[in-house]
Design a protein around this ligand. Structure first.
Ligand SMILES: Cc1cc2nc3c(=O)[nH]c(=O)nc-3n(C[C@H](O)[C@H](O)[C@H](O)COP(=O)(O)OP(=O)(O)OC[C@H]3O[C@@H](n4cnc5c(N)ncnc54)[C@H](O)[C@@H]3O)c2cc1C
Length: 290
């Protein structure tokens, strides 16, 4: 299908992108990788009069570490995340999730910021960022604000971002030594969105007790689900097989998935539990080796 007509604008800087957004107001939309927006425009589910392309804004593609934070520009592509030595060394969970997104063409164009801003519960990065305790930086007419990923989603395709705000950076606390993580995603075939997926990031303290843990689920509710109950169960304890089993049951019980082409809701809830069971065991194993 062919989208409705629109005017295309290429921004070269963050300021230029913000000026264009302010000029065209709610008739404008940010275009990052276009891998979600363009299909929606072709289906006429979105018909913006103006597209502001941020994919060539160099500042939005930076990936660095400063002040205990890994700082990722919102227009960094999935491929850039996959090939980042910094992420591989300090926060492998992000690349592990990026590797499971779509296919190489989608990963070459799709961006981390677009994946988070879109608000699709099937997207993989939101739960990963919640498990990591990440925040995003948004800039708009009222200035700059920092939004924790936990609480960023208000519902299906609904986030805390205001229409004229640009998500500029994702900030992830650098995991300390003795950390481990895993992203377990069940999908029907390569390139699919998750039937159910679970992200776990944990750090071990004295006596191998759990010093910090983040657990979140993908695509089993209208928005990503942080498993605060399972986190509270495991925090401060030595993680045993029995505790992992209890955490998996909490995951199954927390789901609010629809019956759809991914499978019946009961099956997806059970799979969310299984993904959580495997992600916890994998993250623990990696933390012990770190
Ligand atoms: C066939 C197919 C399979 C896919 N499979 C997966 C998958 O398995 N897992 C997964 O996670 N995703 C999947 N995707 C989605 C893909 O990851 C998209 O790239 C992602 O959802 C959006 O990123 P984008 O950079 O392409 O954003 P765009 O499509 O350009 O934008 C998406 C939305 O976010 C807004 N936006 C973008 N950047 C910003 C910003 N910096 N600030 C504010 N708003 C912004 C846009 O205005 C738009 O509303 C798939 C897509 C396709 C087509």
């Amino acid at each position: 299908m062919i989208p409705a007509s629109f005017e295309y604008h290429r921004a070269r800087t963050i300021d230029e992108a913000l000026e264009l957004l302010a000029k065209y107001g709610e008739d404008a939309k940010i275009l990052a990788g276009g891998q979600s927006l363009l299909p929606m425009m072709k289906l006429r589910l979105a018909s913006p009069g103006h597209l502001v392309d941020i994919s060539e804004v160099a500042q939005l593609k930076e990936l660095r570490e400063a002040d205990g934070l890994i700082r990722i520009g919102a227009a960094a592509t999935e491929t850039a995340l996959l090939h980042s030595a910094l992420l591989r060394g300090k926060c492998p969970l992000i690349g592990e999730a990026a590797a499971q997104i779509g296919d190489p063409q989608i990963r070459n164009r799709g961006t981390l910021g677009g994946n988070l801003a879109h608000g699709d519960p099937g997207n993989d990065h939101p739960s990963v960022m919640i498990a990591l305790g990440a925040s995003v930086i948004a800039r708009g007419p009222a200035g700059e604000r920092r939004l924790p990923m936990d609480g960023f989603y208000r519902g299906l395709y609904d986030t805390q971002l205001e229409p004229l705000e640009l998500l500029t950076e994702i900030q992830v606390p650098t995991p300390p030594a003795r950390s481990g993580a895993a992203y377990l995603k069940l999908k029907r075939k390569i390139g699919d969105f998750a039937t159910a997926a679970s992200a776990v990031q944990l750090s071990l303290g004295e006596g191998d007790t759990c010093a910090r843990i983040g657990i979140a689920l993908t695509n089993v509710a209208p928005m990503p689900l942080r498993l605060s109950g399972a986190e509270a169960l495991l925090a401060g304890k030595r993680i045993t097989a029995e505790l992992i089993e209890q955490a998996a049951q909490i995951a199954t019980g927390a789901c609010d998935a629809a019956d759809d082409f991914h499978g019946p809701s009961e099956y997806r809830a059970q799979m969310a539990g299984e993904m959580t069971r495997r992600a916890l065991a994998g993250a623990l194993e990696r933390a012990r080796r770190d």
